[in-house]
Ligand binder design. Structure first.
Ligand SMILES: [Zn+2]
Length: 72
């Protein structure tokens, strides 16, 4: 493997499609990737917790949604 891809960078207050991976070896989700769409970037820091173990997942990639979803 070459150098790992850098963690995604988020602009604040936008919606993304985010892929996150559970790296907790003790968790049944270990190694699995999950897509969160839409995922709000809040202040530019995105944290996705595993629904099973509650640990923060590793963010694999993120794509800015275009167009941005609208919620009324
Ligand atoms: Zn987990």
């Amino acid at each position: 493997m070459s150098t790992p891809a850098p963690a995604p960078v988020f602009e604040p207050a936008l919606w993304y499609s985010v892929v996150a991976r559970d790296d907790n070896e003790a968790c049944a989700n270990n190694g699995q990737e999950f897509t969160v769409n839409p995922c709000y970037s809040n202040g530019g820091i995105v944290v996705i917790e595993c629904g099973l173990c509650g640990q923060h997942m590793t963010l694999v990639s993120a794509a800015l949604l275009d167009p941005q979803p609208e919620f009324s």
